[in-house]
Design a protein around this ligand. Sequence first.
Ligand SMILES: [Zn+2]
Length: 530
Amino acid sequence: MFWADEIAEEISKRFADKIAKKDPLIIRDEKTLSGRVHVGSLRGIVIHGLISQILDEKGIANKFLFELNDFDPMDGLPVYVDQSEYKKHMGKPLFTVPPHEKGAENFPMVFGNELKETVKPLGLPINYYFLRPEYLSGKFNGVITEALNNAEKIRKIYLEVSGGAKPSDWYPLNVICEKCGKVGTTQTTGWDGTHVTYSCKLHLVEWAEGCGYEGKVSPFSGKAKLPWKAEWAAKWKVFGVDVEGCGKDHSASGGSREIAARISEEVFKYPEPFNIPYEFFNFKGKKMSASKGLGASAKEVADMLPPKLLKLLMIRKKPNAPIDFDPEGNTIPNLFDEYDRLSDHYFKRHKEPFADFARAFKLSQISLQSEIPDIWQMRFSTMIFIIQMPHLKLENEAAKLKGSALTKAEKLDLAERAHYVKQWLESYATDEYKYKIIDEPLADLELDEEQKEALNKLKEAISDNKLKWEGAPIHERIHRVKEETGIEPKKIFEPLYQIFLGRKNGPQIGWFLSTFDRKTVIDRLEKSGK
Ligand SMILES: [Zn+2]
C-alpha cells in the first residue's frame, strides 16, 4: 500500500469515534514568517495536504489548517534586508516589523504572500490563518491561564525532557514590553491570577537587547504570547488538532515535539495529535546557494517544475526518507522520467502494473477527483535534444515519434514541458546535456578498419531509397550492419554520434539520424569512412 494510504488508514482507526460523529478531523501545520519559506517547509505542506485529500477521497470530513505565524519575535536577520535598518526590530513581534518590499502590510506578510502564491498551483485544500488575530480574539486566554497556573509543572517538563533548567521565577509567557514593544526580551516573573509581572531584560537572549522596563499587565487578548514549545501544545488544544506531523529536527528524542506532547497531555489535558515525522529536503544547488547566499526557497524550486512534478517530488519518497535535490544534476530529468514510468503503470501499459506506482501517479495529480487523460508525452531527454537543434521543430518531431498528430491536450502538455526543459537547459544543465551539431565531421576522428568497413556498409544500406527515412527502419539497418560485421555495438554507435555532435553519445540513434536529411547523413559517412 502507498505510504500515504497507510497513514490515512491509521488515522481513520485512531479517530473512528470522531469520524462516526461526522466531526471534521483537524489537520494542522505552520510556518513562522521570519524569512523566505525554505523548500523543506514545502514537504510538510504537501504531506499534510495529501493526507487531507486522501481523507476527502475516503469520505472522511476533515479540515487542513495552515498557520502563518506572524507573532513570533524577530530572532534573525535574513541576508536580503538592510541589516542596519532592521537590527532595531530584533526581538519585536513579527507583525510590528515593517515590510522590506512594497505591497505587503508588514514584514511577515511578504513571506506569507509568497508562500500562498507558491503553494496555490498544487491545489491542496488549505485553510490559512494568521496567529496574532487568534490571540487578539481571546481564543488563547484559557490556555494562557492554564499554562501560568501550571508554571512549575512546565518548568519540570522542560528539565526532564531536554535538561533545560528554568529559574523558579520563570513563567511560560512572553509579554510584549509596554515600553519598547519587544516580545523576545521579556521574562514573566509572577502571576496573581489576573495580572503578570514581567521584566524586559537587557541580555535575556543573544539576538536582541531589552530595555530594562519592569511592569504589570493583563496577559490576555494579544498582550502576550506563550513561548513556542508550550504554545505548540496550546495550539493543539485551541484548534482541536488531530493530525500534525513535523520535521525530523523537532521529532528527535528530547526535542521540542516531546516537550510539547507532555505539556499538552499533562497541563492542557489534550492528547498529542497523530504525528507524521518527516525527513529533510537536501538541496545541493551550488550555483543557486552561492549566488543568493541562502539555499533554496520553496518558490525557487517550485519555479523549476510543473506543479504535479513538484507534488510528485514531495510525495514519492516515504516521509522518513530524505529527499535529495540537485537542479544541476540528474534530479529534474529523472523526475520527469519517473513521472512517465508511473503513468505507464497507471494506464496499464504494462502487463503487470504495480499498484503502488499507479497510486503514486494518481496522487501526484492536482485534483484527485477528476479523471486523468491518457495522453502521449515526449520524454524529457528527447526534448532536451530537440530543443537545442535549430533544424528541428518540437511539434513535428512529437507527431513523428507518436506516429500521429498530437491532440489538443498533448500539445498543451508538450508546451508546458518545453517551458521547463528550456529553463533547465538555460540555468542548470551541465555540459553533459548540451548538444550542438558540428559543421564538419571531426578532422582528427580516428577509426580502425573494422569501423570504416561498418560505416561504409551502413552508408550503402541507407542509400537504398526503399528504406523509409524514419527512426525505426534506420535503427533496424544499423543493427543489421552490426550483426553482419560482428562489430562491438560501442564501436559503431560512438562514431555515428561523433561525426555529428563531436561527442560519443546522444539520443536514440535511429531517430537521431532520421532528424537529418538522408543526403547529409550519407555525405558525413562518406567523409568519415575514408
Ligand atoms: Zn522593553
